[in-house]
Structure formats: C-alpha cells, structure tokens
Design a protein around this ligand. Sequence first.
Ligand SMILES: [Zn+2]
Length: 238
Amino acid sequence: MQYQKIKNLIISIFLIALFTVLGANHIRETGRSHELLQKTIDDPEFRRDFFSDSMLQNRESLSEECKTFLTNVEKDVIYHPIPESIVDKSLKTSYVDGWMAERKYNGVSGHEGTDIMASVDKRGVYPVLSMTDGVITNLGWLEKGGYRVGITSNSGIYYYYAHLDSYANLEKGQKVKAGELLGLMGDSGYGPEGTRGQFAVHLHVGIYSFEGGRELSVNPYYVLLSLEERKLEYEFSQ
Ligand SMILES: [Zn+2]
C-alpha cells in the first residue's frame, strides 16, 4: 500500500515536471513569432491591413519591397517597448489594431501606427524601451508626435516612439541597444512644444521603411503581438 502511494507520487511528480517543460517550451516557441512574413504572403485578407501603400499590398503576391521590409522588421525587433512592472501589477497596457483609424488634428488623417494605452492614465510612470538596436536619428518635439524618439536600425528601418513625457539621457546620433530606456510614457503633442493632456497617456509606435526614397509603413499591431512574451521586467510604480 505504502509502496503504491510512493509510486503514484513519483509518477505524478514526473508528469508535472514533463508538462512544465513542455508548457515552457510552448511559451518560448509562440513567444517569438517569425510567421508574420509567411502569413502576410499567404493570406491576402491578413495583408490588406498591413502596409500603408495599397499599390504594394494588393498585388497577387506580395512585392519584394514589402517582403524585405517585413523580413528586416522581424530581424530587428527584440523586446516589447513597454516592460512589465514587478512592483505594481496594476500598471498594465493594452492595444488594439487601430491601423488607419481616423484621426482628427489639423484635418483628418489615417492612423499610421499602434497606440499602446496605459491602464493607469498617469504621465511619467511607464518606461518606454527601444524594441531594437540602432541609432537615434530624431529626437525632440513634433507638433503631432509631441516628445518623440526616432531610431534607425542597422537594416535601415525607422522606429518611431511618440507622445513621451520625458526623455532618458539621449542624444541624436547615439547608439542604442534593444531594451534600453528611451524615456517615460506620456500624453505630449497636438500643439506647440510642451502641450500635454490632449488625449490619454499612451505610446504611439510607428514603423517605416524609406527604401528607394519611398515611404512605406507597416502595421505595428502584429509586430507588437509577436513581442508579447518578450517583455522585460522593470521596477516602476505610480
Ligand atoms: Zn497613435
């Protein structure tokens, strides 16, 4: 009887360990999706809302320009731009696919990016991290983007982070590593320098290619989703 109990216990421990290992592997595998390109090529429905240039996305097969763009983005991105707080679990973020949604500021335009919203609508709380290695090619105020950082990766893709509340110690021309602190999330923009509070606290992420002098942007929503399991952990609280 005693022997049977011990045997069952050993089998249970073995099964739990096995499932833990398999489960962890599953998270690792789905955590870093390299399937975006293939899905974009295979599925016209999926790519309809993927690139800014309808001329390129509506062709029967995806153009070389789009393929190169997406391949480079997949190689570039390493971390999600907003880390997890290890001290305040109420500080969460969320985002939806807002690609080309209508935006009204000095006229109507299509939203070329993804807005990562803060569960706690407080400026200067959430750290913003670089998703990629690269060089800071733009820094400072933009009427629409507020305090923004533009990082050009080694592959030439431009990553745009907007509406920051403040900057980390950054200079134009400086090299950054993926995961490096760029500043704190805010609600700056939509006015002259220093304007805040025209909308809720969020990070606007934009991803652009300027290959051959032509501006093309990709929907960051799917890129961000592929980084969901690639969030760094930071100590930040309200
Ligand atoms: Zn936005």
